[in-house]
Write a protein that binds this ligand. Structure first.
Ligand SMILES: Cc1cc2nc3c(=O)[nH]c(=O)nc-3n(C[C@H](O)[C@H](O)[C@H](O)COP(=O)(O)OP(=O)(O)OC[C@H]3O[C@@H](n4cnc5c(N)ncnc54)[C@H](O)[C@@H]3O)c2cc1C
Length: 389
């Protein structure tokens, strides 16, 4: 990067923003990182993620965090099971030799936070808007003040980015799918049958216009999603997340006719429920470069969670952007090079996620899911044979 330091602001301390802050910190480049949440523990960070070797893990390796990652990675939780609504097992993949280990979101965030100086994140800074200045730089406007000026503002502020409007007119669109999230605590000790049902990894089931995904998290916790294709306001009318008993009753009603072995997942759920309407930006979302503003992660390319690429793409964005910024004498050219590469790189996974969302709960979705898993198992077996030769 050029010898006169530029002032860089990163908005959002999610996996993308934190990875970028860490990579620039390692390279000796100072940033200011602003996060809306009041503190690192203000909110549970959510479920489990599989980090892919060529993206999420690569970013952590470039950030010098592979050892820390290996301490929190759960290679033993890479299994998959598929059931039909009668509880019949359609497929069990218990192979744990893959290179997509699971990691809990909170553990990942802690790893990244601990790799930064203690005051690296300005907590409690919810960005309201980015204000362009006459000198070509930008001020950031928060609820209780203004920070700046900054030469480069990087929006890593997720789906509803406040930085995105400076470069793009697009807003995420509702995919037609709503997830109702639920959790089961201490499943191995308290619900051994459900522990067996889910296995070491995740399970899916689909029948009669409803589907279910349940993932094993660390500490024998299960996180599940009941999936519906419904108008966006339907779930808020149908479900009252403040009443756990009513939530369980409503979910059992919606899945009436499914096997008791599967419905027991709802009966065993704890009191934490959340409604998650799934939104996405258009596949191929891009913008014309605007000097001093860029985006990464969900802010740039929000996609449906099918395919599990969101976090991986966000972390690879961070690695690529940091690489260009560190390696180039012209930071504006570095940002342009990052954007051009990112637009191309992300189009394929975004397209696949959109296709998966479009076919979810369709007449062929169970067939497609099964075929996808079988193909994955065959490819792994073929790779294993090739390696053994
Ligand atoms: C139900 C569900 C399941 C998912 N499962 C997976 C999965 O299994 N695998 C996977 O790869 N991806 C999954 N995803 C997608 C994944 O969560 C995202 O792609 C990923 O978190 C994107 O990282 P990010 O850093 O870009 O954004 P985020 O994780 O959204 O982080 C953005 C950060 O910015 C902060 N912020 C937001 N607005 C402001 C503001 N105005 N001012 C300051 N700070 C702000 C937020 O508080 C947050 O800390 C899932 C998503 C959902 C909804």
């Amino acid at each position: 990067m050029s010898s006169s330091p530029i002032r860089i602001a990163i908005v959002g301390a999610g996996p993308g923003g934190l990875t970028l802050a860490r990579l620039l910190h390692v390279a000796g480049i100072k940033t200011r990182l602003f996060e809306r949440e009041a503190s690192a523990n203000a909110r549970p960070q959510g479920g489990t993620l599989d980090l892919h070797a060529e993206s999420g893990q690569l970013a952590l390796a470039r950030a010098g965090l592979t050892d820390g990652f290996l301490r929190i990675a759960r290679y033993e939780d890479q299994g998959s099971r598929l059931y039909d609504g009668d509880g019949q097992l359609l497929l069990a993949d218990d192979d744990m030799t893959g290179d997509r280990p699971e990691v809990d979101r909170t553990a990942l965030r802690d790893l990244l936070l601990q790799s930064l100086p203690p005051d690296a994140v300005a907590w409690g800074h919810g960005l309201r808007e980015v204000s362009p200045r006459d000198d070509g730089r930008y001020d950031l406007i928060f609820d209780d003040g203004r920070e700046g000026p900054f030469d480069l503002v990087i929006g890593a502020d997720g789906a509803w980015s406040q930085v995105r409007p400076l470069v793009s007119r697009y807003q995420p669109q509702y995919s037609g799918l709503t997830f109702i999230e639920f959790g089961i605590d201490d499943v191995d000790a308290n619900h051994p049958a459900l522990s067996q049902l889910v296995g070491r990894g995740k399970m899916g089931a689909e029948s009669a216009g409803r589907s279910l995904i349940v993932q094993r998290n660390d500490n024998a916790h299960l996180r599940g999603y009941a999936i519906f294709r419904v108008p966006v306001e339907w779930a808020e009318r149908r479900f009252d997340v403040t009443s756990p008993a009513a939530m369980r009753r409503a979910l059992l009603g919606e899945f009436a006719g499914w096997a008791d072995t599967l419905l027991d997942l709802f009966r065993a759920s704890n009191d934490q429920f959340a409604l998650r309407p799934i939104h996405a930006l258009p596949v191929g979302h891009y913008w014309t470069n605007r000097p001093g503003i860029t985006l990464l992660g969900d802010a740039a390319h929000l996609m449906s969670p099918f395919g599990g690429e969101g976090v991986n793409a966000a972390m690879l964005d961070a690695a690529e952007l940091a690489g260009y910024l560190v390696g180039s004498a012209d930071w504006q050219e570095a940002v342009r090079a990052y954007e051009t590469g990112m637009f191309v790189r992300v189009a394929e996974p975004a397209g696949e996620a959109a296709e998966a969302a479009a076919t979810e709960l369709s007449h062929i979705s169970q067939e497609l899911t099964l075929a996808h898993h079988q193909l994955h198992m065959q490819m792994r077996a073929a790779a294993g044979h090739a390696a053994a030769r």
